[in-house]
Ligand binder design. Structure first.
Ligand code: CAA
Length: 257
């Protein structure tokens, strides 16, 4: 498949999806989001891909939704475009997604990073929900995912002041996983992707699904869900292989089934 605003590269058993609209700091217009979601779904369906890295460039992961594209829209046009519905499809991707962030991750860019499962950032990364400065508010999950990630006080601070936070603050606040010098952010994400891609794929899929379940269920419902997924894994060949390999003191060979 050929794309205009993204670049997809496959490496061994993981893939890198790069957002590529550098002239506008990777602003997320409708076409870009269409391509990004379609590419994620293709990679999700590909058994050879076990993990996905989502990245931008050194200057910007993404500076938000494309302001020029929506500046003159009416509420009815926005409703009809329903552009954020596309984001729900990202939430349904089963493979783990690691965001490798450098530079600006603002508005929809910060929301996109939060939609990923883990975030590796460069020291130069800046996160923020600055929509308040242009007379709106987050619309792609910012008020919900940010609040769950950093708590009410910090979420209010970011959403109501529009202030940007540094990578170190984002790390301290629990928004991201690791901060590295700018030369290494993509390399570090690759190390994580390779590690995750080396695990049993079905266990990875059900583990991701179970962690995400914690966001929209009661503790009781979540524990029940987790338990069923745990039991389900005992019908996989990889569970038999993993446990036999442990007992036999050898490396497991995963079949992905
Ligand atoms: N949409 C469209 N174009 C954007 C953009 C965006 N979100 N962010 C940057 N650009 C464009 C600029 O218009 C500029 O284009 P031109 O060269 O054609 O003028 C180019 O990218 C470079 O940007 P700047 O000259 O502004 O670069 P800077 O280094 O001086 O500033 C910045 C960088 C602080 C990130 C600034 O560009 C900025 O504030 N951008 C907007 C950030 C923002 O408000 N994001 C939220 C968008 S709304 C949203 O995302 C809603 C949602 O919930 C999904």
């Amino acid at each position: 498949m050929s794309y205009t605003h993204i670049i997809v590269t496959r490496q061994d058993n993981y893939a890198i999806l790069q957002i590529n609209r550098p002239d506008v700091l990777n602003a997320l217009n409708i076409k870009l989001m269409e391509e990004l979601v379609a590419a994620l779904e293709v990679l999700d369906d590909d058994d050879a891909v076990h993990c996905i890295i989502l990245t931008g460039n050194e200057k910007a992961f993404a500076a938000g939704a494309d302001i020029k594209e929506m500046a003159d829209a009416s509420a009815m046009e926005m409703l009809k475009r329903d552009q954020f519905a596309r984001w729900d499809r990202i939430r349904k991707i089963k493979k783990p997604i690691i965001a490798a962030v450098s530079g600006f991750a603002l508005g929809g860019g910060c929301e996109l990073a939060m939609t990923c499962d883990m975030v590796i950032a460069s020291e130069t990364a800046k996160f923020g929900q600055p929509e308040i400065n242009i007379g709106v508010m987050p619309g792609a999950g910012g008020t919900q995912r940010l609040t769950r990630a950093v708590g009410k006080a910090k979420a209010m601070e970011m959403v109501l002041t529009g202030r940007l936070i540094s990578a170190d603050e984002a790390l301290r606040w629990g928004l991201i996983n690791k901060v590295v010098p700018v030369e290494y952010y993509l390399e570090e994400a690759k190390v994580w992707a390779k590690e995750i891609a080396s695990k049993a794929p079905v266990a990875i899929r059900l583990a991701k699904e179970s962690v995400l379940k914690a966001f929209d269920t009661t503790i009781e419902g979540g524990l029940e869900f987790e338990r069923k997924n745990f039991y389900l894994l005992f019908s996989s060949e990889d569970q038999k292989e993993g446990m036999k390999a442990f007992v036999g003191k050898r490396k497991p060979e995963w079949k992905g089934k």
